[in-house]
Design a protein around this ligand. Structure first.
Ligand SMILES: NC(=O)c1ccc[n+]([C@@H]2O[C@H](COP(=O)([O-])OP(=O)(O)OC[C@H]3O[C@@H](n4cnc5c(N)ncnc54)[C@H](O)[C@@H]3O)[C@@H](O)[C@H]2O)c1
Ligand SMILES: O=P(O)(O)OC[C@H]1O[C@H](O[C@H]2[C@H](O)[C@@H](O)[C@@H](O)O[C@@H]2CO)[C@H](O)[C@@H](O)[C@@H]1O
Ligand SMILES: [Mn+2]
Length: 442
């Protein structure tokens, strides 16, 4: 019989929590569970969905213990996996990041450009705090961290928690691969063997093969040059119109380098003028999320709580997040699955900073991960990545040293920001908005 695991979801009040619970419950044959706990530092928010989650768990398998708590000791005692998706400052601070950037004519985005830098300055402390709880109460636990901005958080973990059992991950490549499989007429992304390199939200596929070893990259690129990462009718694996538009824009990113398949987040770096022109500075993605996903998830959780049953619920399994189960399963049962993780380069990309945190394929087993060798990367991608990794490193420097200048440099270096003057104006507004969240900068 397979060993049963105990899981804590950190950031229990997240809009993603119910779909992750549904996904865990759908995979009990792969990853059997004995406990599911929710942990958040905002009791009121977590309570909006805790009861519904308990009902969902109990209806699926009453033998699984359920607990929702704001007490770190209760949360982190006796856990094998922590699935961490915290958002320090919550969605109203995401709204500030996006709107301050746009006010200065710059991309206003959750993880890219000034928004990502500001969010990084908030996230580092929250993620480190959760790692410390984990190490204190369950030293053998693995944290699967997808709290954003994953690139900056991963760099902070590398420096400040070098021996911790933390693995930083992102669902974006998985989301795109689901659509690629559809485009290629392959049953699922699991039928594809991929090669990929880059930074988080900043990477490229160099190979997409079927299980017979046939290279499908040329066919995929030919399609993407016409339609982007969408089906010919614009359809695909999208949660809403905003994601569909991002997938369509892949067409223009491929045009810049028609030899590699890009991560769609590159639109923020290669077409920042287009992104700003198509943004509403008074109604950003944070507003959309609060008006749609947040209302839908909390509304449905309230309905389940009132009805006392989740039968007929409209909540859906988070398919894009299936990699979380795959990763936990690989660690628990030594499956040696190949997965894209954000890890220290250490020579895997031969001609790139060995200290940089890169997103590359790794083999995962019970002792952790082993990165695959990538070899040399082309000049265009290398140049872009060097600039971006410096932005991420300077942000962590600024957090550690409390340095105004390092953060100004980080903003100035971002490809999304046109000048040091604009960078300074954004920085001064961001400092004001982030009082109480950022270390004091001198
Ligand atoms: N890496 C990925 O691919 C990926 C995919 C989806 C979401 N995410 C990230 O997951 C996170 C959650 O997103 P969301 O939109 O659901 O956010 P959300 O605001 O709905 O939920 C986040 C929760 O984290 C809690 N929180 C904040 N600081 C905390 C702390 N120090 N300890 C414990 N809990 C804390 C908040 O109170 C909130 O309930 C974000 O960071 C988002 O960017 C990442
Ligand atoms: O703007 P949001 O809050 O909807 O999304 C932000 C997150 O987006 C990515 O996750 C995507 C996923 O890649 C996509 O395929 C689809 O399934 O939706 C997900 C979000 O709902 C991204 O990887 C995250 O880091 C972002 O936080
Ligand atoms: Mn991501």
């Amino acid at each position: 019989m397979k060993k049963k695991s105990s899981v804590v979801i950190a950031g229990g009040g997240s809009t993603y929590t119910p779909e992750i619970i549904l996904m865990l419950l759908d995979n009990l044959d792969k990853l059997p569970l004995r406990k599911i706990k929710l942990y958040d530092n905002d009791e009121e928010r977590q309570n909006k969905l805790a009861k519904a989650c308990e009902i969902i768990v109990k209806e699926k398998d009453p033998s699984i213990e359920f607990l929702a708590t704001t007490d770190p000791e209760l949360a982190y005692t006796d856990v094998d996996f922590c699935l961490a998706h915290i958002r320090v400052g919550q969605l109203p601070m995401r709204e500030m990041d996006e709107k301050i950037s746009l006010k200065h004519g710059v991309v206003g985005q959750e993880t890219c450009g000034p928004g990502g830098i500001a969010y990084g300055m908030r996230s580092i402390g929250g993620v480190l705090e959760n790692i410390e709880y984990m190490e204190k109460y369950s030293p053998n636990c693995w944290m699967l961290n997808y709290s954003n901005p994953a690139a900056i958080v991963a760099e902070a973990c590398r420096r400040l928690k070098p021996n911790s059992r933390v693995i930083n991950i992102c669902d974006m490549p998985i989301g795109m691969e689901n659509t690629m499989a559809e485009i290629l007429g392959v049953a699922s992304r699991k039928e594809l063997d991929v090669r990929y390199f880059g930074l988080n939200h900043f990477g490229w596929w160099t190979s997409v093969k079927d299980k017979e070893g046939n290279e499908l990259l040329p066919k995929l690129l030919e399609h993407q040059l016409k339609y982007g990462n969408c089906m010919t009718d614009g359809g695909g694996n999208f949660t809403d119109d905003s994601w569909q538009e991002t997938a369509r824009k892949v067409k223009d990113i491929v045009a810049v380098d028609p030899t590699l398949v890009p991560n769609s987040y590159l639109k923020y770096y290669l077409f920042p003028d287009y992104v700003v022109e198509h943004s509403d500075p008074n109604y950003t993605r944070a507003n959309q999320v609060m008006d749609t996903r947040e209302k839908r998830v909390f509304g449905e959780c309230a309905r389940i709580e009132k009805a006392g049953t989740a039968v007929g619920t409209c909540l859906e399994i988070g398919i894009h997040a299936s990699f979380i189960v795959d990763l936990a399963t690989a660690l628990a049962f030594n499956t040696h699955e190949r997965m894209l993780l954000i890890v220290q380069n250490n020579g895997a990309i031969e001609n790139f900073d060995p200290e940089a945190m890169v997103e590359i394929p790794c083999i995962v087993g019970k002792d952790g991960y082993e990165p695959l060798s990538i070899g040399k990367i082309p000049t265009f991608q290398k140049g872009l990545m060097e600039e971006q990794v410096a932005v991420e490193k300077l942000t962590v420097d600024a957090w550690q040293e409390g340095s105004y200048h390092k953060l100004w440099q980080a903003l100035t270096l971002s490809k999304t920001v046109p000048s040091a003057t604009v960078a300074k104006a954004i920085l001064d507004d961001m400092i004001e908005a982030n009082k109480g969240y950022w270390p004091e900068l001198k």
